[in-house]
Ligand binder design. Structure first.
Ligand SMILES: [Zn+2]
Ligand SMILES: [Zn+2]
Length: 146
């Protein structure tokens, strides 16, 4: 899943570009359960629902939903409360090239949310340049308002 984040730039910075470290929050697979949502119990007993077979007690061919087919007793992952995902905060070095303008999109690959299949989305930075009272950009020229 992609994340779209707005980047506010002063007019001066939109001319020179920036290279800054930003705090970036995204969702990643839980490191404890690797997105499986359950954690194993030490010296686990057999799953009480399927008696260790890992098979669904009522539906033939389906796995036991209690133990996700493992046959052993497992509990909801405590790290992620059974969500399988966690919020992860990282410091990301972001480079915005010079001469950017409002509406420009900068894509940083693989810095979006992580999906359950392990793949990362992209982080998309949406540039927003604050208007300057004396200057305005017209294409690639800077026009001074006298
Ligand atoms: Zn977990
Ligand atoms: Zn089971």
């Amino acid at each position: 899943m992609n994340i779209i984040k707005k980047v506010n730039l002063s007019f001066a910075k939109s001319i020179t570009g920036i290279n800054e470290a930003i705090q970036h929050k995204r969702l990643m697979l839980c490191t404890t359960c690797a997105g499986k949502k359950v954690q194993k119990v030490e010296n686990a007993d057999k799953c009480p629902k399927c008696y260790g077979t890992g098979e669904h007690s009522d539906v033939v061919g389906e796995i036991c939903v209690q133990c996700m087919g493992t046959g052993v007793l497992s509990i909801s992952c405590k790290t992620c409360n059974g969500d399988g995902i966690q919020q992860n905060t990282m410091t990301l070095s972001v480079t915005v090239p010079k001469s950017v303008d409002t509406g420009m999109l900068l894509r940083i690959r693989d810095k979006g949310h992580q999906a359950f299949n392990g793949e990362f989305g992209d982080l998309i930075l949406k540039v927003l340049v604050e208007p300057h009272p004396q200057f305005k950009r017209v294409d690639f020229d800077i026009h001074s308002v006298i």
